[in-house]
Write a protein that binds this ligand. Structure first.
Ligand SMILES: [Zn+2]
Length: 179
């Protein structure tokens, strides 16, 4: 399937809804993701930190300008910016460093949060796995959502087993019922 044709699942939608609910209660919701498919934004999430960039965005190697191109066929390959520089997908390739700005914003959100939910990550990918530890150090309560136990499971306050698309909508409904 083409990446541009993929659609958000109930898990993406539940997280977007969670953000709207928490904002409505004067809270802050930050979504940190290692996904590059941009589906959280399409689902309606606004405060998203993409640690590995987005495959839906191109970045110019010369002027650094990045912009989204949805399902556009390029007239030439490799695609070229108005400035004449070559453009590449705005993602972190294997062996490249994570964007420093994204990582520091993710760390700041983690150290200051009250609740940290880790969803469907193996819990071993450095340095994103560190965010859980940073949140715990900051005094956050922690939830893990995963289909199977990970190294993080014994550390979190609550382990919810199942697919994110099933567990997150249910978690959202529970949170909605809380005052
Ligand atoms: Zn350029």
């Amino acid at each position: 399937m083409k990446c541009s044709a993929s659609r958000p699942n109930p898990g993406h939608l539940a997280l977007a809804e969670m953000e709207r609910m928490i904002n409505g209660r004067n809270g802050t919701f930050t979504l940190v993701t290692q996904n590059i498919d941009g589906l959280h934004g399409i689902a309606g999430s606004r405060n998203v930190i993409e640690l590995h960039g987005s495959i839906r965005r191109w970045r110019c190697l010369r002027c650094g300008k990045a912009r989204e191109e949805h399902a556009v066929a390029f007239e030439q390959y490799p695609p070229v910016c108005e400035c004449g520089g070559f453009r590449r997908p705005d993602v972190v390739w294997f062996g490249e460093f994570l964007p420093e700005d994204a990582m520091s914003r993710a760390m700041a959100a983690s150290i200051s949060c009250d609740l940290f939910i880790s969803v469907g990550t193996s819990g071993v990918v450095f340095p994103a796995a560190d965010l859980l530890h940073i949140a715990m150090e900051g005094g956050a309560r922690t939830i893990e959502v995963n289909t199977e136990p990970t190294p993080a499971s014994s550390l979190v306050d609550w382990m919810l087993t199942g697919q994110a698309g099933d567990v997150l909508p249910e978690l959202m409904r529970e949170m909605e019922g809380m005052t």
